[in-house]
Design a binder for this molecule. Structure first.
Ligand code: ADP
Ligand code: MG
Length: 317
Protein backbone atom coordinates (compact mmCIF):
# COMPACT_ATOMS: atom_id res chain seq x y z
CA UNK A 1 0.00 0.00 0.00
CA UNK A 2 1.12 3.60 -0.65
CA UNK A 3 1.53 5.89 2.34
CA UNK A 4 2.53 9.54 2.26
CA UNK A 5 4.48 11.51 4.85
CA UNK A 6 2.21 14.21 6.29
CA UNK A 7 5.12 16.66 6.41
CA UNK A 8 7.16 16.39 3.20
CA UNK A 9 4.68 14.38 1.08
CA UNK A 10 7.22 11.68 0.23
CA UNK A 11 5.35 8.50 -0.73
CA UNK A 12 6.36 5.01 0.31
CA UNK A 13 5.23 1.62 -0.81
CA UNK A 14 4.83 -0.63 2.22
CA UNK A 15 3.54 -4.14 2.50
CA UNK A 16 0.07 -4.32 4.06
CA UNK A 17 0.93 -7.63 5.62
CA UNK A 18 3.64 -5.90 7.64
CA UNK A 19 0.97 -3.98 9.57
CA UNK A 20 -0.96 -5.55 12.41
CA UNK A 21 -3.11 -2.81 14.00
CA UNK A 22 -5.69 -0.36 12.78
CA UNK A 23 -3.36 2.60 13.39
CA UNK A 24 0.43 2.76 13.61
CA UNK A 25 3.16 5.37 13.41
CA UNK A 26 5.74 5.50 10.70
CA UNK A 27 8.88 7.58 10.48
CA UNK A 28 9.73 9.27 7.19
CA UNK A 29 13.29 8.41 6.19
CA UNK A 30 13.60 11.68 4.32
CA UNK A 31 12.44 14.30 6.88
CA UNK A 32 12.24 12.13 10.04
CA UNK A 33 8.62 13.15 10.65
CA UNK A 34 6.64 10.55 12.62
CA UNK A 35 3.13 10.21 11.27
CA UNK A 36 0.11 7.94 11.68
CA UNK A 37 -0.96 5.44 9.07
CA UNK A 38 -4.36 3.85 9.22
CA UNK A 39 -5.11 0.25 8.34
CA UNK A 40 -1.73 -0.72 9.68
CA UNK A 41 -0.49 -3.50 11.71
CA UNK A 42 2.11 -3.66 14.39
CA UNK A 43 2.89 -2.07 17.75
CA UNK A 44 6.19 -0.86 16.38
CA UNK A 45 6.54 1.96 13.89
CA UNK A 46 6.23 0.36 10.46
CA UNK A 47 9.46 0.04 8.55
CA UNK A 48 9.21 2.07 5.41
CA UNK A 49 10.65 0.86 2.15
CA UNK A 50 12.24 2.93 -0.59
CA UNK A 51 10.13 5.87 -1.82
CA UNK A 52 7.57 4.90 -4.47
CA UNK A 53 8.05 6.46 -7.91
CA UNK A 54 6.14 9.75 -8.11
CA UNK A 55 2.91 9.75 -10.08
CA UNK A 56 3.37 10.97 -13.66
CA UNK A 57 0.87 13.55 -14.81
CA UNK A 58 0.48 16.10 -17.59
CA UNK A 59 1.25 19.74 -16.79
CA UNK A 60 1.41 22.27 -19.61
CA UNK A 61 5.04 22.76 -20.65
CA UNK A 62 6.54 20.11 -18.35
CA UNK A 63 7.96 16.81 -19.49
CA UNK A 64 6.34 14.20 -17.26
CA UNK A 65 9.72 12.46 -16.79
CA UNK A 66 11.17 15.65 -15.35
CA UNK A 67 9.72 15.14 -11.91
CA UNK A 68 12.48 14.72 -9.38
CA UNK A 69 11.84 17.81 -7.33
CA UNK A 70 10.44 18.11 -3.86
CA UNK A 71 8.79 21.50 -3.82
CA UNK A 72 9.39 23.92 -1.01
CA UNK A 73 5.88 25.26 -0.44
CA UNK A 74 5.63 28.89 0.68
CA UNK A 75 2.51 30.74 1.86
CA UNK A 76 2.63 34.50 1.53
CA UNK A 77 0.27 35.77 4.21
CA UNK A 78 -0.62 38.60 6.54
CA UNK A 79 -4.03 39.22 8.03
CA UNK A 80 -3.77 42.85 6.91
CA UNK A 81 -4.49 43.91 3.31
CA UNK A 82 -2.23 46.17 1.25
CA UNK A 83 1.05 44.94 2.77
CA UNK A 84 2.43 43.65 -0.59
CA UNK A 85 1.46 39.95 -0.36
CA UNK A 86 0.53 39.76 -4.04
CA UNK A 87 3.45 41.94 -5.15
CA UNK A 88 5.82 39.75 -3.13
CA UNK A 89 4.34 36.49 -4.47
CA UNK A 90 4.81 37.52 -8.10
CA UNK A 91 8.20 39.19 -7.79
CA UNK A 92 9.58 36.38 -5.68
CA UNK A 93 8.35 33.79 -8.18
CA UNK A 94 9.98 35.46 -11.20
CA UNK A 95 13.18 36.08 -9.23
CA UNK A 96 13.36 32.40 -8.24
CA UNK A 97 12.83 31.54 -11.88
CA UNK A 98 15.71 33.87 -12.88
CA UNK A 99 17.75 31.82 -10.41
CA UNK A 100 16.87 28.70 -12.42
CA UNK A 101 14.08 27.39 -10.21
CA UNK A 102 10.82 25.98 -11.52
CA UNK A 103 8.00 27.81 -9.77
CA UNK A 104 4.24 27.38 -9.48
CA UNK A 105 2.16 30.30 -8.19
CA UNK A 106 -1.20 29.60 -6.63
CA UNK A 107 -3.68 32.45 -6.42
CA UNK A 108 -5.65 31.47 -3.32
CA UNK A 109 -7.20 34.91 -2.84
CA UNK A 110 -10.83 35.43 -3.80
CA UNK A 111 -9.92 38.90 -5.14
CA UNK A 112 -7.82 37.26 -7.92
CA UNK A 113 -5.31 40.15 -7.92
CA UNK A 114 -2.38 37.91 -8.76
CA UNK A 115 -4.28 36.30 -11.65
CA UNK A 116 -5.17 39.76 -13.01
CA UNK A 117 -1.59 41.01 -12.61
CA UNK A 118 -0.43 38.07 -14.70
CA UNK A 119 -2.91 38.98 -17.42
CA UNK A 120 -5.57 36.28 -16.90
CA UNK A 121 -9.28 36.69 -16.28
CA UNK A 122 -12.10 34.19 -15.76
CA UNK A 123 -9.67 31.26 -15.76
CA UNK A 124 -10.50 28.10 -13.80
CA UNK A 125 -9.41 28.09 -10.16
CA UNK A 126 -8.92 25.80 -7.16
CA UNK A 127 -12.72 25.85 -6.82
CA UNK A 128 -13.01 23.92 -10.09
CA UNK A 129 -10.16 21.62 -9.02
CA UNK A 130 -12.26 20.58 -6.03
CA UNK A 131 -15.58 20.42 -7.86
CA UNK A 132 -14.75 18.52 -11.01
CA UNK A 133 -14.68 14.75 -10.76
CA UNK A 134 -12.84 13.94 -13.93
CA UNK A 135 -9.80 16.22 -13.97
CA UNK A 136 -6.90 16.52 -11.57
CA UNK A 137 -5.24 19.75 -10.40
CA UNK A 138 -2.60 19.50 -13.14
CA UNK A 139 -5.22 20.24 -15.85
CA UNK A 140 -5.86 23.67 -14.34
CA UNK A 141 -2.25 24.80 -14.15
CA UNK A 142 -1.31 27.34 -16.82
CA UNK A 143 2.20 27.94 -18.09
CA UNK A 144 2.51 31.74 -18.25
CA UNK A 145 4.70 33.65 -20.68
CA UNK A 146 6.91 34.58 -17.70
CA UNK A 147 8.16 30.97 -17.60
CA UNK A 148 6.39 30.35 -14.30
CA UNK A 149 3.22 28.35 -13.78
CA UNK A 150 -0.07 29.62 -12.33
CA UNK A 151 -3.13 28.06 -10.73
CA UNK A 152 -5.48 31.05 -11.12
CA UNK A 153 -8.26 32.33 -8.90
CA UNK A 154 -11.72 33.49 -9.91
CA UNK A 155 -14.88 34.76 -8.19
CA UNK A 156 -16.04 31.21 -7.40
CA UNK A 157 -13.20 30.91 -4.89
CA UNK A 158 -15.41 32.86 -2.47
CA UNK A 159 -17.79 29.85 -2.39
CA UNK A 160 -15.06 27.46 -1.34
CA UNK A 161 -15.18 28.35 2.34
CA UNK A 162 -18.99 28.45 2.38
CA UNK A 163 -19.22 24.96 0.89
CA UNK A 164 -16.44 23.31 2.86
CA UNK A 165 -16.07 25.02 6.23
CA UNK A 166 -18.17 22.31 7.90
CA UNK A 167 -16.23 19.43 6.29
CA UNK A 168 -14.10 17.22 8.49
CA UNK A 169 -10.47 18.08 7.63
CA UNK A 170 -11.52 21.15 5.60
CA UNK A 171 -8.13 22.69 6.42
CA UNK A 172 -6.29 20.03 4.38
CA UNK A 173 -8.09 20.58 1.05
CA UNK A 174 -5.15 22.37 -0.57
CA UNK A 175 -2.43 20.19 0.95
CA UNK A 176 -4.11 17.03 -0.32
CA UNK A 177 -4.39 18.36 -3.88
CA UNK A 178 -0.76 19.51 -3.99
CA UNK A 179 0.59 16.04 -3.22
CA UNK A 180 0.27 14.86 -6.80
CA UNK A 181 2.20 17.80 -8.32
CA UNK A 182 4.80 18.82 -5.73
CA UNK A 183 7.49 16.71 -7.40
CA UNK A 184 7.28 18.82 -10.58
CA UNK A 185 8.35 22.11 -8.97
CA UNK A 186 11.22 23.55 -6.93
CA UNK A 187 8.95 26.14 -5.30
CA UNK A 188 5.19 26.51 -4.92
CA UNK A 189 4.16 29.99 -3.75
CA UNK A 190 0.63 30.56 -2.45
CA UNK A 191 -0.80 34.10 -2.39
CA UNK A 192 -3.48 34.39 0.29
CA UNK A 193 -6.28 36.82 1.18
CA UNK A 194 -6.05 39.33 4.02
CA UNK A 195 -7.61 37.09 6.64
CA UNK A 196 -6.68 34.42 9.11
CA UNK A 197 -9.43 31.99 8.25
CA UNK A 198 -10.22 29.06 5.93
CA UNK A 199 -7.92 30.17 3.09
CA UNK A 200 -4.90 31.10 5.19
CA UNK A 201 -5.25 27.95 7.30
CA UNK A 202 -5.37 25.77 4.17
CA UNK A 203 -2.31 27.55 2.78
CA UNK A 204 -0.33 27.27 6.03
CA UNK A 205 -1.10 23.57 6.44
CA UNK A 206 0.13 22.94 2.89
CA UNK A 207 3.38 24.92 3.40
CA UNK A 208 6.82 24.45 4.93
CA UNK A 209 7.47 28.18 5.11
CA UNK A 210 5.26 31.22 5.72
CA UNK A 211 6.54 34.49 4.29
CA UNK A 212 4.78 37.32 6.14
CA UNK A 213 5.34 40.67 4.41
CA UNK A 214 4.88 43.83 6.47
CA UNK A 215 5.50 47.51 5.97
CA UNK A 216 6.93 49.27 9.02
CA UNK A 217 3.60 50.37 10.44
CA UNK A 218 1.63 49.44 13.51
CA UNK A 219 -1.45 47.62 12.12
CA UNK A 220 0.54 45.48 9.68
CA UNK A 221 2.74 44.37 12.56
CA UNK A 222 -0.40 43.19 14.36
CA UNK A 223 -1.20 41.15 11.24
CA UNK A 224 2.25 39.52 11.50
CA UNK A 225 1.55 38.69 15.12
CA UNK A 226 -1.73 37.02 14.19
CA UNK A 227 -0.08 34.73 11.59
CA UNK A 228 2.78 33.87 13.97
CA UNK A 229 0.19 32.91 16.61
CA UNK A 230 -1.59 30.70 14.05
CA UNK A 231 1.71 29.02 13.21
CA UNK A 232 2.39 28.38 16.91
CA UNK A 233 -1.05 26.77 17.30
CA UNK A 234 -0.43 24.61 14.20
CA UNK A 235 2.93 23.51 15.59
CA UNK A 236 1.38 22.66 18.98
CA UNK A 237 -1.70 20.86 17.72
CA UNK A 238 -0.38 18.95 14.71
CA UNK A 239 2.73 17.21 13.49
CA UNK A 240 3.02 19.78 10.70
CA UNK A 241 6.37 21.56 10.65
CA UNK A 242 6.36 25.10 9.36
CA UNK A 243 8.81 27.94 9.79
CA UNK A 244 8.27 31.63 9.04
CA UNK A 245 10.21 34.65 7.78
CA UNK A 246 9.26 38.31 7.61
CA UNK A 247 10.24 40.54 4.69
CA UNK A 248 9.89 44.26 5.40
CA UNK A 249 8.10 45.83 2.44
CA UNK A 250 7.62 49.41 1.20
CA UNK A 251 10.45 50.45 3.52
CA UNK A 252 11.30 54.14 3.71
CA UNK A 253 14.87 54.45 5.04
CA UNK A 254 14.55 58.22 5.56
CA UNK A 255 11.39 57.95 7.62
CA UNK A 256 12.04 57.92 11.37
CA UNK A 257 8.87 56.00 12.25
CA UNK A 258 9.83 53.31 9.69
CA UNK A 259 13.25 52.90 11.29
CA UNK A 260 11.82 52.73 14.83
CA UNK A 261 9.30 50.04 13.85
CA UNK A 262 11.97 48.09 11.96
CA UNK A 263 14.01 47.96 15.17
CA UNK A 264 10.98 46.73 17.10
CA UNK A 265 10.34 44.01 14.49
CA UNK A 266 13.95 42.86 14.61
CA UNK A 267 13.90 42.78 18.43
CA UNK A 268 10.70 40.79 18.53
CA UNK A 269 11.20 38.35 15.66
CA UNK A 270 15.04 38.27 15.55
CA UNK A 271 16.40 35.91 12.84
CA UNK A 272 12.91 35.51 11.41
CA UNK A 273 13.27 38.95 9.80
CA UNK A 274 14.95 38.73 6.38
CA UNK A 275 18.05 40.88 6.04
CA UNK A 276 16.89 41.96 2.57
CA UNK A 277 14.33 44.76 2.77
CA UNK A 278 12.06 45.89 -0.03
CA UNK A 279 11.98 49.66 -0.31
CA UNK A 280 9.06 51.77 -1.37
CA UNK A 281 9.60 52.24 -5.09
CA UNK A 282 7.29 53.86 -7.64
CA UNK A 283 8.52 51.32 -10.22
CA UNK A 284 6.45 48.65 -8.44
CA UNK A 285 3.19 50.43 -9.13
CA UNK A 286 4.27 51.40 -12.66
CA UNK A 287 5.20 47.81 -13.47
CA UNK A 288 1.80 46.58 -12.28
CA UNK A 289 0.02 48.92 -14.70
CA UNK A 290 1.83 47.04 -17.47
CA UNK A 291 1.15 43.58 -15.94
CA UNK A 292 4.91 43.06 -15.67
CA UNK A 293 7.01 41.94 -12.69
CA UNK A 294 9.15 44.83 -11.46
CA UNK A 295 12.52 43.33 -12.37
CA UNK A 296 11.39 42.76 -15.96
CA UNK A 297 9.89 46.24 -16.18
CA UNK A 298 13.14 47.85 -15.02
CA UNK A 299 16.04 45.59 -14.17
CA UNK A 300 17.81 48.43 -12.35
CA UNK A 301 14.80 49.23 -10.15
CA UNK A 302 15.55 49.14 -6.43
CA UNK A 303 12.55 46.98 -5.51
CA UNK A 304 13.13 44.63 -8.46
CA UNK A 305 16.73 44.00 -7.38
CA UNK A 306 15.73 43.66 -3.74
CA UNK A 307 13.15 40.96 -4.61
CA UNK A 308 15.91 39.17 -6.52
CA UNK A 309 18.11 39.29 -3.40
CA UNK A 310 15.20 38.10 -1.28
CA UNK A 311 14.85 35.07 -3.59
CA UNK A 312 18.54 34.31 -3.05
CA UNK A 313 18.03 34.54 0.71
CA UNK A 314 15.11 32.12 0.48
CA UNK A 315 17.16 29.63 -1.54
CA UNK A 316 19.89 29.79 1.11
CA UNK A 317 17.53 29.03 4.03
N1 ADP B 1 7.80 48.18 -2.78
C1 ADP B 1 6.68 48.86 -3.11
N2 ADP B 1 6.77 50.18 -3.42
C2 ADP B 1 5.67 50.89 -3.74
N3 ADP B 1 4.42 50.37 -3.79
C3 ADP B 1 4.27 49.06 -3.50
C4 ADP B 1 5.38 48.24 -3.13
N4 ADP B 1 4.93 46.99 -2.88
C5 ADP B 1 3.59 47.03 -3.08
N5 ADP B 1 3.18 48.26 -3.45
C6 ADP B 1 1.82 48.70 -3.75
O1 ADP B 1 1.03 48.50 -2.58
C7 ADP B 1 -0.30 48.12 -2.94
C8 ADP B 1 -0.69 46.85 -2.22
O2 ADP B 1 0.11 45.78 -2.70
P1 ADP B 1 -0.46 44.30 -2.84
O3 ADP B 1 0.67 43.45 -3.29
O4 ADP B 1 -1.70 44.28 -3.66
O5 ADP B 1 -0.82 43.99 -1.31
P2 ADP B 1 -1.72 42.81 -0.68
O6 ADP B 1 -1.67 41.65 -1.62
O7 ADP B 1 -1.07 42.54 0.64
O8 ADP B 1 -3.10 43.36 -0.51
C9 ADP B 1 -0.31 48.00 -4.45
O9 ADP B 1 -0.84 49.16 -5.00
C10 ADP B 1 1.15 47.85 -4.82
O10 ADP B 1 1.44 48.39 -6.09
MG1 MG C 1 -3.23 40.57 -2.54
Amino acid sequence: MIITCSNCNTSYNISESAIKKSEVSARCTRCKNVFTIRKPVSNKPAEVAAPAAPEKIEIEGINSDDSNMNARIISVCNQKGGVAKTTTSLNLAVSLNLLKKRVLLIDFDIQSNLTLLMGYKDAKSFFEVIHSDDKGISSYIIKSKLNIWLLPSNSKMALLSKKHLQDVNFEYLLRDKLKSIAHYFDYIIIDTPPSGDFYTLNALLASNLAVIPTPCEYLSMQGVNHIVNMINVIRDKSAHEIDYRIPVTMFEPDNTASRVILKKLQEEYKDHVFSTMIEKDAKVQESQVFHTPTIYYDKESRAGRQYYNLAKEIISL
